[in-house]
Write a protein that binds this ligand. Structure first.
Ligand code: AP5
Length: 210
């Protein structure tokens, strides 16, 4: 099962991808996570993309496409994958067709008000990779990861000025993919407003019909 998770920032793509990965035993490939790992490891790519991620702009297509192309060649992607945050532009979607066949594109729909609430309250644990929310998914001990105990931080692109920019970038560059995949008959609409448990139930139902 080769899946794309599409949707605005903060729609819960990463949260649901972790659950789909566990249930269906397919890797969760998040381009945002891959870029953040490069930044953390201070690689050449990391140096190139840090300011872009912090501002909420998109990394150039060529670099992003090549990173995903290489990642999909790894053994764990042979029996399926979840692409979370890729493609994000029409040229990325067109390039993907040259190296992968897609079975379904899940489009996570969420109002702007909910997006802002989710992003501004998100906190992450860098080492364990766990994602929390100060209201919707709080850690047991405030400000600390349940798994590693490390302090939770806010992503630089979850600050208010970056959130606005990310939403504009999403509307301009990524939203056109909704029609692109609808015309190909691949689009599956997910109402991302309810709780993560309810969203996951919807996703499982849709995947059973794939
Ligand atoms: P990326 O990391 O992909 O960010 P994004 O798409 O903006 O997605 P997010 O990670 O912000 O949100 P999400 O939908 O995964 O939500 P989450 O599950 O965390 O990209 C970051 C940057 O990398 C981009 O801006 C760009 O610069 C670069 N980049 C990445 N891909 C690229 C590409 N293809 N091309 C070019 N550049 C690229 O949930 C959000 C919060 O809500 C969490 O706190 C969570 O706990 C909470 N939550 C989740 N679900 C629910 C629910 N149902 N109810 C209540 N709370 C919930």
């Amino acid at each position: 099962m080769n899946l794309i998770f599409l949707g605005p920032p903060g729609a819960g793509k990463g949260t649901i991808a972790v659950r789909v990965k566990q249930s269906y035993h397919i890797p969760h490939i998040s381009t945002g996570d891959l870029f953040r790992a490069h930044i953390h490891n201070k690689t050449e790519i990391g140096t190139q993309v840090q300011a872009i991620l912090d501002s909420g702009e998109l990394v150039p297509d060529e670099l992003t496409i090549e990173m995903v192309r290489q990642r999909l060649q790894e053994d764990d992607s042979r029996n399926g994958f979840i692409l979370d945050g890729f493609p994000r532009t029409i040229p990325q979607a067109e390039a993907l067709e040259d190296f992968a066949q897609i079975d379904g594109v899940l489009n996570f729909e969420l109002s702007k008000e909910s997006i802002v609430k989710r992003l501004s309250g998100r906190r992450i644990a860098k080492q364990s990779g766990k994602v929390y929310h100060i209201h919707y998914n709080p850690p047991k001990v405030e400000g600390k990861c349940d798994e590693s105990g490390e302090p939770l931080i806010q992503r630089p692109d979850d600050k208010p000025e970056a959130i606005e920019n990310r939403l504009e970038v999403y509307q301009r560059q990524t939203a056109p993919l909704i029609n692109y995949y609808a015309e190909k008959g691949l689009l599956i609409v997910i109402n991302a407003e309810p709780s993560a448990d309810e969203v996951f139930t919807q996703v499982k139902e849709k995947l059973e019909n794939l």
